[in-house]
Ligand binder design. Structure first.
Ligand SMILES: O=C(O)CCC(=O)C(=O)O
Length: 279
């Protein structure tokens, strides 16, 4: 299993990430990682573990076909996910794009849409959902299978991380815990003809990843393929400018870190350092 990215991250990748708020990096993970994590996903999806934090979106919304399954903080109880967040190339990829000398794990999140899943991933930004403030936090969304427009490819609005917007968190299963007075994120699927918006999406091979900024607006349609699953792990990492900001209606962190608001989340148990630039 490769511990460093299989391909080099270029200045052009960094420039695209800075300008658009999302960039697709090709072929970063080897076949061994992909096979191992697909097996791990299949195992954890139905595991009845006390620490599992599942959202069964299709079931919650009364859907009749397919399954939209989300599971978070799996690394806290599963060895394969633990190795993934701590030792896969994700940490180095995050550091390269942030220009960080050190990155900490924030959390991992698994997203599976089985064939014929109509539930979309609502358009949203990530940061409003998180008890964090800062610029240096990002997600590495790794496709574990090939992903395209028919099986729920992610879509982004280029440059939206610079709009100065902070939309209300959008939870796919509409969990009322996250309701707030913030402005609702528009449904950008209805604005595809708008010339002021540039939509980004990629046909991805297993082992490609997208890295996105926490304020970049993104979403995905359902998985309309009758055969192809859509399976991805999004792992989030933090750099040094991040501050603990436990606002109302934000996500609880497994492990309940004891942190003072405004401090760097340097709780080594909840948020271990996974990558450090060597001297
Ligand atoms: O995979 C999905 O449907 C959603 C992914 C996402 O929103 C994220 O990684 O931040």
């Amino acid at each position: 299993m490769n511990r460093t990215p299989l391909n080099r991250i270029t200045d052009e990748d960094r420039a695209l990430f800075a300008a658009d708020g999302a960039v697709c990096l090709r072929g970063m993970f080897d076949a061994e990682w992909l096979e191992r994590m697909r097996n791990a996903v299949n195992r954890v999806m139905d595991a009845e573990h006390a620490m599992a934090r599942k959202r069964e979106v299709t079931a919650a919304l009364g859907g009749k076909t397919g399954r939209f399954h989300i599971n978070s903080f799996v690394w806290r109880w599963d060895d394969d996910f633990r190795d993934w967040v701590l030792n896969s190339p994700c940490g180095a990829i995050a550091a390269e794009l942030m220009g960080a000398d050190e990155v900490r794990v924030f959390y991992d999140q698994l997203f599976v849409k089985e064939p014929n899943t109509v539930e979309m991933t609502d358009w949203h930004q990530d940061l409003p959902f998180w008890p964090l403030a800062g610029n240096d936090v990002l997600s590495v969304w790794v496709a574990l299978v090939d992903v395209g427009p028919d099986n729920s490819a992610l879509e982004y609005i280029a440059g939206s991380h610079k709009w100065g917007k902070f939309y209300a968190a959008a939870i796919p299963d509409k969990d009322p815990k996250f309701k707030s007075d913030l402005e609702t994120c528009p449904n950008f699927s209805e604005r595809r003809g708008d010339p002021s918006l540039r939509f980004l999406s990629w046909n991805m091979k297993a082992g490609d990843c997208i890295v996105h900024h926490p304020l970049t607006v993104h979403g995905a349609e359902g998985n309309f393929s009758p055969q192809r699953r859509r399976m991805a792990i999004s792992t989030r990492y933090m750099g040094r400018d991040v501050r603990w900001d436990p606002r109302p209606a934000t996500m609880a962190v497994t492990g309940s870190p004891h942190l003072v608001a405004g401090s760097h989340p340097d709780d080594d148990d909840c948020f271990p350092v996974t990558w450090r630039r060597s001297a």
